[in-house]
Design a protein around this ligand. Structure first.
Ligand code: GLU
Length: 479
């Protein structure tokens, strides 16, 4: 059975690069009916925060990548790591190292970077043991040859043994080090396939040394190239938000974010839009792009608009969480459905969706001192339309339109569209139909553009429309 894991350190927000690694790990396991685990690497107590941990868990819940088994927390497993260090000491695969902080410091200063030899001072030491130094524990790394592995994405990767020193596995305060705990946890949770960012390649030989020393089975490694910006540089905040939850706040759907990240580094022909199920059906980790992928955030917004279009009305209403929308859905399914359909095709995010609905359901206002939800009448549009030449005719036409509405009842948006069209054509001798339509739009929505007017009247209902015209005429008198 394939077992994968995602192992974030709770030192900051879950980054979109991290989420992509998690997604690929999830897909690989789930596609083969395997297991996907979440492990929190929280041994660095100086850099961990509770807030970062909560953020990671919340991001996982939001995107819906379900993991198997309870989350593993490394901070709760210190005794296990200490036991394994003891095993290595007992079998002479690790040793106590009594180098003092001063010696280590001097070593660093003397030989820029290459301390491999010197750090091995206590490897097979038979001399007197310094009484005043609290020892750390170092592993015996191989002295010669190569440490290599075949990466599922990048092929064979080798390191000369001489590049790797006898690294510390337990610090002198008894706490374990990063590579030691990663290798132990991966082995104890039976990880068969390990997908992670390629910034971890340099850790792999150290982890292989631990595997070897403890007799653990070695997993398959897949090191995933980084995501970069369009200029090929490391992704930074200047390129777009990096934290997963910022996308939630920006009204991006989790399915769109996952689709976007999936395609950054993976392709299946020319296909762009993927549901999670479709990703599962075509995913093979060997096919992950071996080159860094350039991130183009405008594609994310396009994908989001496409995923929004696929949502059914109930799901959309639940996501938008607007009481006015729920009310309309209770009053009239047809009107609510027209409203959702109209707005759906015009927006890229859920935030824009919410704004689009509010702009329709709330009457425009003459001014907005109380921060109400409605738009404020576009004054420049008003002055453009209601010139000395046309103002009286437009006001009279709006009054007339309102009166005609009283005796009209359309049972769909198209009926109202035709009604508006016919009415405006009849005005032709007095005023251009397009001018009337624009003034009606200003009266109903307060601004240029937006939803089809026939749909707008159908959604709002005759009475609400008449009220909006009445308020607008009042505004016309006062402006
Ligand atoms: N905790 C590491 C990180 O957050 C990941 C370690 C791994 O995947 O092996 O980058």
């Amino acid at each position: 059975m394939i077992v994968t894991r995602f192992a974030p350190s709770p030192t900051g927000h879950l980054h979109i690069g991290g989420l992509r690694t998690a997604l690929y790990s999830y897909l690989h396991a789930r596609a083969k009916k395997g297991k996907f685990l979440l492990r929190i690497e929280d041994t660095d107590t100086r850099r961990n925060t509770q807030e970062a941990l909560q953020g990671i868990l919340e991001a996982f819940e939001w995107v819906g990548l379900e993991y198997d088994e309870p989350v593993w927390y490394q901070s709760q497993r210190l005794e296990i790591y200490q036991e394994y260090a003891k095993k290595l000491l007992d079998s002479k695969k690790a040793y106590f190292c009594y180098l003092s902080p001063d010696e280590l410091q001097a070593m660093r200063e003397e030989r820029s970077g290459n301390h491999t030899e010197l750090t091995r001072k206590y490897r097979d030491y038979t001399g007197e043991i310094p009484a005043d130094v609290k020892p750390c524990v170092r592993i015996k790394a191989p002295l010669q040859g190569e440490i290599s592995f075949v990466d599922g994405i990048k092929g064979k990767i080798s390191f000369a043994a001489s590049e790797i020193n006898d690294f510390v596995i337990l610090r002198n305060d008894g706490t374990p080090t990063y590579n030691f705990v990663v290798a132990i946890d991966d082995a104890l949770s039976n990880i068969t396939d390990l997908l992670r960012g390629d910034d971890h390649i340099s850790n792999t030989p150290k982890q292989l040394i631990i595997y070897e020393a403890l007799g653990f089975a070695i997993p398959r490694f897949y090191h995933i190239p980084m995501i970069c910006n369009e200029k090929g540089q490391k992704l930074s905040k200047r390129d777009g938000a990096l934290s997963v939850l910022e996308y939630k706040r920006a009204g991006i759907l989790p399915e769109a974010l996952l689709n976007f990240l999936f395609r950054l580094g993976y392709s299946d022909g020319d296909k762009e839009i993927f549901s999670l199920q479709e990703m599962l059906e075509c995913f093979y980790p060997e096919k992950i792009n071996s080159k860094a992928s350039a991130c183009n955030f405008s594609k994310l917004y396009w994908l989001n608009s496409e995923h929004i279009k696929t949502l059914d009305e109930q799901t959309l209403a639940a996501l938008l969480n607007l009481s006015e929308l729920h009310e309309l859905m209770r009053d009239s399914k047809e009107r609510a459905s027209v409203l959702l359909c109209e707005v759906k095709t015009r927006v890229n995010t859920l935030c824009d969706f919410q704004k689009g609905i509010i702009e329709i359901l709330y009457a425009p206002l003459a001014s907005n001192l109380n921060q109400e939800k409605g738009a404020v009448y576009d004054e420049s549009m008003f002055h453009k339309l209601f010139t000395a030449q046309h103002a009286t005719t437009l006001v009279d036409s709006l009054k007339d339109f309102s009166k005609h509405l009283e005796s009209f009842c359309g049972d769909n948006a198209q009926a109202y569209k035709t009604f508006i069209h016919d009415f405006s054509q009849r005005l032709e001798s007095k005023i251009k139909p397009s001018l009337f339509m624009q003034s009606l739009r200003l009266a109903l929505l307060g601004k240029k553009g937006g939803i089809d007017l026939g749909a707008c009247i159908f959604i709002l209902g005759n009475v609400a429309v008449q009220k909006r015209i009445e308020s607008f005429l009042l505004y016309c008198r006062n402006v």
